[in-house]
Design a protein around this ligand. Structure first.
Ligand code: GLN
Length: 207
């Protein structure tokens, strides 16, 4: 069964997600209008700038339809800015920033701080297809998950303090979670050429 996964295409790294979803065996389409949202079996909220995507969701009148579909169980994968958009609660958002919500977590926006805007590391990631449990994770002005509700499963954390290359405040932080059919990562698997996180999402979306 081929399923159709949309990528919210208002801002951010849309093309990379479309390619990763196709490589993961889904039909991938862009979503900019409510009619397009209505036709997908799952949705990716890409990396980009969460404050901008939040504003554009309202301009394109997608915010309410998206909230309704998430509430009705639409499988959604949020990467970086997309993780922020999926979170029920944000720290360090802008004053008027809203989220779509659905994922019972508190995320801290731009959490890794100015000194470590961007960094890369290998992480163990639970539930990936295949035998290799490790992903190479690229963080770009990324959020982390500061609190999780009872229904949220932690899939990946930054390695412990003392691991070479890990900035101290980041050690042990939660960077990938799943709650039912909602999946979120602080990092960007779509730019590393590794499609296993997208394969996991396609499996989740197939139910
Ligand atoms: N810092 C961005 C935000 O607040 C997220 C960065 C990203 O998606 N790479 O939305």
């Amino acid at each position: 069964m081929t399923i159709t996964i949309g990528v919210l295409a208002l801002q951010g790294d849309v093309r990379e997600h479309l390619a990763a979803l196709e490589a993961a065996g889904a039909r991938a389409v862009t979503v900019r209008r409510p009619e397009e949202l209505a036709r997908v079996d799952g949705l990716v909220l890409p990396g980009g700038e969460s404050t901008t995507i939040d504003k554009l969701l309202r301009v394109f009148e997608l915010d309410e339809p998206l909230r309704d579909r998430v509430a009705a169980g639409l499988p959604v994968y949020g990467s970086c800015a997309g993780m922020i958009l999926l979170a029920d609660r944000i720290l360090a958002g802008t004053a008027d920033q809203r989220t779509v919500g659905g994922l019972d977590v508190t995320v801290r926006r731009n959490a890794f701080g100015r000194q470590v805007d961007s960094f890369e590391t290998d992480l163990p990631f639970a539930g990936l297809p295949g035998d290799d449990p490790t992903v190479h994770a690229v963080f770009i002005r990324a959020p982390w998950v500061e609190e999780t509700g009872p229904g949220v499963e932690v899939l990946a954390r930054i390695p412990d303090a003392g691991t070479p290359g890990i900035p101290e405040p980041a050690a042990g932080r939660i960077v990938a979670v799943q709650q039912g059919s909602l999946l979120a990562t602080s990092f960007h698997p779509e730019i590393s050429g590794d499609t296993r996180v997208h394969e996991l999402f396609v499996e989740i979306a197939k139910g």
